[in-house]
Design a protein around this ligand. Structure first.
Ligand SMILES: Cc1cc2nc3c(=O)[nH]c(=O)nc-3n(C[C@H](O)[C@H](O)[C@H](O)COP(=O)(O)OP(=O)(O)OC[C@H]3O[C@@H](n4cnc5c(N)ncnc54)[C@H](O)[C@@H]3O)c2cc1C
Length: 435
């Protein structure tokens, strides 16, 4: 970077996910490169995987090349990356507080530190909301972070191995997996797991009949974001795949052995996955006096500004009213993408002494991928209204959301090259991670 001696405006972005990494990259290119500001991205992990791909990580079907290393990404795009977990904020000193970074064995690698900011952007995403239901935190697996998804994948593969080794024994029961929550995450995960089971059967490591998949949902309809017709078609597809659906069942307790619902039914499950709602992390509640809502999200105005003029929030950790609608902008990747673009313009304007950009969320529709089986969803358009789509077209549109994220962080040329190389890799390498 140039102009090292001049005190530059410090933009600190906390959380390099769907929203934060896009913002750091575009600000790095537009402000960091010409030396107009110092852009720093802080994340608790050293690599990024786009969160909607986590169910593929969990099922073991994701290609490892989809991971982005923050350090080289920062070097290429003129922002600094600093590893660490934010744990506090001092608005008076305009500092964020980051806890010490420890190794797996508990050894301190980086001591606790603080970072000064002139402009702070919070984009730390969300975690699963357990609603304080007994046993959820202790016995469920979650798909909030990449490391949780890898942990799930490891347990899944070990469970497959156990069930395979024991398949000749009369005492061994089939492997059972229960997913709580029939939103996009739960439904997509169920389809991925079904696909994996089939591939393992082809490899001779498993038998289709040895895995029992159950989805438990408190509402009576799955995929509430989709029109009833599409949700019903998805429901039928899952039933055809042999997935057991327990709709209208509220989970009241989870134990090591399984899940109890409000009507007293006990559903036995070896692996239990919680995918039933989100909240911002608990440490954000009332963060140094900033306004937060009942799920700890920072309340922002239509410019994504919090109650502090120097602090902005975007993505899942922000509560932003959805103009023209009754609720907030939904916690979705397309919202994170759009907010990152709006905030990039605002921060550039801010440095130039101009006004902030008004953020208006545009819902392009919802798409749900049932892996290789099908993709369903609806597209919203000004001219056509809501259009239901499925099959190949839906798959292409579904993939385009991820491609937009890749273009934002890698540019068009690299994204095209990455896509091509993945097509070739997938035709040569195994389809499933098996370790
Ligand atoms: C399995 C799954 C499937 C999904 N599928 C879809 C889909 O198909 N379509 C869709 O629109 N949305 C989908 N979503 C939702 C979508 O992924 C989120 O809305 C989106 O990722 C939110 O972006 P974000 O930048 O706010 O947070 P994230 O992308 O979650 O990024 C947050 C970042 O903050 C970092 N971080 C967290 N805490 C700290 C801390 N204390 N200090 C420093 N760094 C921290 C994390 O490591 C992470 O890198 C899915 C979510 C999941 C879990």
């Amino acid at each position: 970077m140039t102009n090292e001696n001049i005190e530059k405006h410090k933009v600190v972005i906390v959380g390099g996910g769907a929203a934060g990494l896009e913002l750091a990259t575009s600000l790095g290119r537009q402000l960091g490169k010409p030396g107009l500001a110092e852009i720093t991205l802080i994340d608790v992990a050293s690599t990024h995987i786009w969160k909607p791909l986590l169910h593929e990580v969990a099922a073991g079907t994701l290609d490892e090349s989809e991971q982005v290393e923050y350090l080289p990404q920062g070097h290429r795009n003129n922002f600094y990356f600093r590893l660490g977990r934010m744990e506090g904020l001092d608005r008076q000193k305009k500092q964020i507080v980051v806890s010490p970074t420890l190794s797996d064995s508990g050894e301190e690698l980086i001591p606790g530190r603080t970072f000064n900011y002139d402009t702070l952007v919070m984009s730390v995403g969300s975690v699963s909301n357990t609603f304080n239901i007994k046993g959820v935190a202790e016995h469920c697996l979650f798909l909030d972070t990449t490391s949780q998804a890898f942990k799930f994948q490891k347990q899944l593969f070990e469970s497959y191995l156990k069930s395979y080794i024991g398949k000749d024994s009369a005492n061994i029961k089939p492997l059972s997996i229960a997913i709580v929550g029939a939103g996009a995450t739960g439904v997509e995960l169920a389809a991925q797991l079904h696909e994996v089971t089939n591939v393992l059967a082809i490899y001779g490591l498993n038998e289709k009949s040895t895995v029992k998949l159950t989805i438990i949902e408190a509402a009576t309809q799955l995929l509430p974001a989709l029109p009833i017709k599409l949700a019903a078609a998805t429901q039928q597809q899952l039933v055809n795949l042999g997935v057991v659906l327990k709709m209208g069942r509220r989970v009241v307790e989870i134990t090591k052995e399984g899940i109890t619902t409000h009507d007293g039914e006990f559903i036995e499950a070896d692996l239990k996955v919680w995918a039933a709602g989100i909240k911002a992390p608990d440490w954000m509640k009332g963060l140094d006096g900033l306004e937060t809502n009942h799920i700890n999200q920072l309340v922002v105005d239509s410019t994504l500004k919090t109650s502090d003029d120097d602090i902005f929030a975007m993505g899942d950790c922000a509560a932003c009213l959805w103009k023209g609608h009754t609720g907030n902008v939904p916690p979705r990747a397309q919202a994170a993408h759009q907010q990152a673009s709006a905030l990039c313009k605002s921060i550039i304007n801010r440095l130039k002494g101009r006004g902030l950009v008004e953020f208006v969320y545009y819902d392009y529709g919802s798409l749900v991928s049932l892996g290789k089986y099908t993709t369903v969803g609806n597209l919203m358009g000004n001219l056509m209204g809501t259009v239901s789509i499925g099959g190949f077209i839906a798959k292409v549109v579904y993939l385009s959301l991820y491609k937009m994220h890749q273009v934002a962080i890698h540019g068009y040329f690299r994204t095209a090259m990455l896509t091509l190389s993945n097509v070739f890799r997938r035709s040569v390498y195994r389809k499933i991670k098996m370790h």
